[in-house]
Design a protein around this ligand. Sequence first.
Ligand code: ADP
Ligand code: MG
Length: 246
Amino acid sequence: MADRFDLYRAESEEIEPPVILLEDVSKDYVEGQHALKNVSLEIRKGEFVFIVGSSGSGKSTLIKLLLKEISPTRGHIMVAGKELSRLRENSICKLRRSIGIVFQDFRLLKDRTVFDNVAFAQRVLEVPNHKIRRDVPRVLSIVGLSEKLRSYPDELSGGEQQRVALARALVNNPVILLADEPTGNLDPRNSWEIMHLLEEINRRGTTVVVVTHNREIVDAMQKRVITLNKGVIIGDQKGGYSHAKN
Ligand code: ADP
Ligand code: MG
């Protein structure tokens, strides 16, 4: 079963591996109970992928595995050309730098301005100040928040707060953007705005993986849809939610 991994290990100079590769991955938080079971999956550079499935089906577990917040019980995972089980501490930091992440609950720092929330992602990496002053306004303009630089999160709508989180996820130019239910706390109009931004970010070259429950959006966008059910992939095709057994 590890054929593909062997191929990429041996010829990684010549063949570009998929940006995300899971081979026969299982995760048991509790012995004998599979949060994910024998998941094999390949996502190539530049793809836009939805992950859908009912609550408890293993979607967030998948996201956490990709960030190496947790380790698989069995199987192999490769992200951005790196096999996760082989990474040491400083390479894990490097891996996380190449992944932008957005959550349902925004996770902004309430006592800092919009500018400082985005700059924070660069300051932890010790990015020089002159670069921060250049990059933060650039990403805030992509998400349409150039005017809100000095506002605090509480002064923004939910949709605007999620756009700040998106700017923060983008500021270090990630290869992959992971979004775990990014529109879960938003009304339909703001949900669409966030989805259109994710599409725009994808158009600029970032691989985008979005976990969502929003059937209407998934149906309308006609992207690749991976469906999880009780930890198992039961669907993987281009098109809407409606194809998926759910
Ligand atoms: P989803 O994001 O699709 O709702 P999760 O990946 O969060 O699903 O959870 C998948 C399964 O794993 C669920 O049965 C959940 O209860 C279980 N689970 C998730 N996190 C933990 C944990 N830290 N400890 C034990 N069980 C967990
Ligand atoms: Mg979840």
